[in-house]
Write a protein that binds this ligand. Structure first.
Ligand code: NDP
Length: 401
């Protein structure tokens, strides 16, 4: 038991607050803080109406360590859940160390001026968190997050050695807009437009953006064109599961989406450097975010499913070759009914809340900085299914890889 403070009042923050409120018995107080306090107040009002749970709200600029420290010292939370943007990971971790607060996030640090993400910046906090006796839980969304726990679960229960891992992320939903991103547009466009990269035989292999693709079949959905892109959990998974010979991440994109993305890049709207417009300095991709649909508002007309999982092969406990596919399918309509958001926010926010529950109930913890696959996967997956994300397993099927 203890207080929880959530930072970020976007689509993911909305889901985290709903789920924490549904499990309010585990938390002595719930606080939601973000840059725009009115967004926190709107979420708090909705949650109060639905569950009769009071959420305190506050304004904070999470780029500013001193503001964060003041906020943390005022509320004294046991755990901070960071669902603001990856740019704020390090300032929030710094403030956690200064105030003696534990930390959880869903995306690894990215500098604002470089479309590049890797764990090194956050892993560098290992000694400081250890020394302070604090826990930092990194990447506790769906991917990274559940996909990493799925991999740990497979390694623990079914395989002596895992050799091939393909994380497959399909959004077969339709939001009815010509172009929209399912989470923060700036972060999303930076992620999907970068060069592809996967791990093979001890090395990272780089590709052109979207160079490798093929149709993959998703349960209850069917075939969808899927593209190899680089995704952050590959970095920690190949380190924590050294028997891996190859690890790749596949994501589905529709042709309309890819065409818009190409145009956005070709006309310079994906630029992350400053340009001068009418005497004011603006960053084109940040301006683009202000005119694109808000991912948190896509839910109302969203139909269809997401399907995210891990396709794994290797040597089983019986020393024979085996394949294993573990996945979750999530409905956009159901996510909207429950929380007012679409399934991409839902599948990220629910695992973050489950991670917070794991920490509060002492099933996950310890001093230091951890990726989620380092913890016991069993209680997390049991709770995940209970909290709305049921998962399925297929043994020795055709992985199409
Ligand atoms: P949104 O853009 O919808 O929300 C981000 C929120 O953070 C907004 O409320 C925003 O405030 C707030 N924020 C931004 N900058 C600051 C700041 N300096 N100080 C305080 N608050 C700030 O994003 P999403 O909800 O879609 O995504 C949230 C996070 O989840 C991202 O880090 C994203 O990368 C991650 N994610 C992880 C996934 C996974 O599976 N692991 C999948 C999808 C997303 P304001 O409203 O004022 O702009």
């Amino acid at each position: 038991m203890g207080k929880i403070l959530i930072i970020g009042a976007g689509g993911v923050g909305t889901v985290v607050v709903h789920k924490i409120a549904q499990n309010a018995a585990f938390f002595t107080e719930i606080v939601l803080a973000s840059r725009t306090k009115s967004k926190c107040d709107a979420i708090a009002a909705d949650v109060e109406k639905r569950y009769g749970v009071t959420i305190q709200t506050a304004r904070v600029d999470a780029d500013n360590v001193q503001e964060l420290v003041t906020l943390f010292n005022m509320y004294k939370p046991k755990l901070v859940v960071n669902v603001a943007l990856p740019y704020q990971d390090l300032t929030i971790m710094d403030a956690c160390l200064e105030s003696g607060v534990n930390y959880l996030d869903t995306a690894n640090y990215e500098p604002k001026d470089e479309a590049h993400f890797e764990y090194s910046w956050q892993w560098a906090y290992q000694d400081r968190f250890k020394k302070a006796g604090l826990t930092a839980i990194l990447g506790c969304g769906f991917d990274p997050g559940v996909t990493s726990v799925f991999t740990a679960y497979a390694a623990k229960h079914y395989f002596k050695e895992i050799h091939y891992l393909d994380i497959v992320d399909c959004n077969a939903g339709n939001h009815g807009k010509a172009f929209a991103t399912n989470f923060n547009p700036e972060i999303n466009i930076r992620e999907v437009s970068q060069r592809g990269k996967y791990y093979e035989n001890g090395k990272w292999v780089e590709t052109e953006p979207h160079e490798i693709h093929k149709p993959l079949n998703y349960p209850e959905i069917g075939a969808k064109e899927s593209y190899v892109i680089y995704h952050e959990e590959l970095e920690s998974l190949v380190k924590n599961f050294p028997t891996l010979k190859r690890a790749r991440f596949w994501m589905t994109f529709g042709q309309e989406y890819l065409t818009h993305l190409r145009v956005i890049q070709n006309i310079g709207m994906a630029r992350i450097d400053e340009v001068e417009y009418n005497g004011v300095k603006i960053v084109p991709i940040q301006f683009l975010k202000t005119v694109l649909p808000n991912p948190g508002d896509l839910g109302a007309n969203y139909t269809g499913w997401t399907s995210i999982g891990c396709r794994i092969s290797g040597t089983g406990k019986d020393n024979k070759p085996h394949t294993y596919y573990i996945y979750n399918n999530c409905s956009h309509e159901d996510s909207y009914r429950e929380t007012g958001t679409q399934a991409v926010s839902y599948t990220t926010g629910v695992p973050a809340a489950v991670g917070a529950l794991m920490f509060m109930t002492k099933q996950w913890g310890g001093a230091g900085v951890f990726n989620v696959e380092e913890f016991n996967p069993n209680p997390f997956l049991t709770e995940l299914a209970r909290q709305g994300l049921a998962w399925n397993e297929i043994f020795d099927g055709d992985l199409e890889m």
